[in-house]
Design a protein around this ligand. Structure first.
Ligand code: C5P
Length: 221
């Protein structure tokens, strides 16, 4: 199903939250799922902006890429890229960031066996896009859960006011981090779908089929 003429905004990868000039808090997201969504959307004719955290992946053909590092930078870059018809928030955004970034490398303190870092909440990009005056017609979030997948996914759907949540089971045999294949459990107010197990590009195509169908079914688009 074509996405010609649609503007698709995707965020992908981890964020790095700096502690000092050499250390950061990160996570194991490879960015592959979001990059696959961006590549597949561009191949369907969409105008794609991909906001990427620090990953080692080539830019898919036809995709405009904006590289960022921190959750705050990703937040600004995503909101700057609006308007869009679709936002797919596939990034693993840090929920907390150090209150302050030390200007110099933190040194071991003689006699101190522990070190406390004070963290503050980051802004929720997905929720802010969903509540934005220029809200895309379709806002799609991702979720990584170890248990009660459907319960937490449906909670996110309502709480963050998004249209679709694509949930991954993590911490089990089918943990998707750093892998090339994936299973997505997708939830909407009016249904649920299982996409895969399949290579991430195939899962991305199935997700875009769902997205394209919903755009076409919505008379306002
Ligand atoms: O609630 P949770 O963080 O598990 O929700 C995951 C979804 O929210 C993902 O789509 C992720 O990209 C998005 N998110 C975000 N900004 C945050 C935290 C999560 O956009 N600060």
């Amino acid at each position: 199903m074509s996405l010609a003429g649609r503007r698709v905004l995707v965020s992908a990868g981890p964020t790095y939250e700096d502690i000092d000039p050499v250390r950061f808090l990160g996570n194991r997201s490879s960015g592959k799922m979001g990059f696959a969504v961006a590549a597949a959307a561009a191949a369907r004719g969409a105008q794609v902006v991909l906001v990427a955290g620090p990953v080692h992946l080539p830019t898919p053909p036809g995709v405009a890429r904006v590289d960022v590092r921190s959750a705050a930078q990703m937040h600004a870059a995503v909101l700057d890229a609006l308007p869009a018809d679709v936002y797919v928030g596939a990034a693993a955004v840090a929920d907390y960031t150090p209150r302050t970034v030390a200007a110099r490398k933190l040194k071991k303190r003689p006699g101190a066996d522990t070190l406390a870092l004070e963290l503050v909440r980051t802004a929720d990009i997905l929720a802010d896009v969903a509540a934005h005056p220029r809200r895309p017609r379709l806002v799609v979030g991702f979720a990584a859960e170890t248990d009660e997948l459907e319960h937490y996914a449906r909670d996110k759907l309502v709480r963050k006011r998004v249209d679709l949540i694509a949930a991954n089971r993590v911490g089990s045999a089918d943990c998707p981090f750093e892998r090339d294949d994936n299973t997505l459990h997708v939830f909407a107010a009016d249904g649920a779908w299982t996409l895969g197990p399949a290579p991430k590009r195939e899962v991305a195509e199935a997700l875009l089929d769902l997205i394209a169908r919903r755009l076409e079914a919505d008379p306002a688009t």
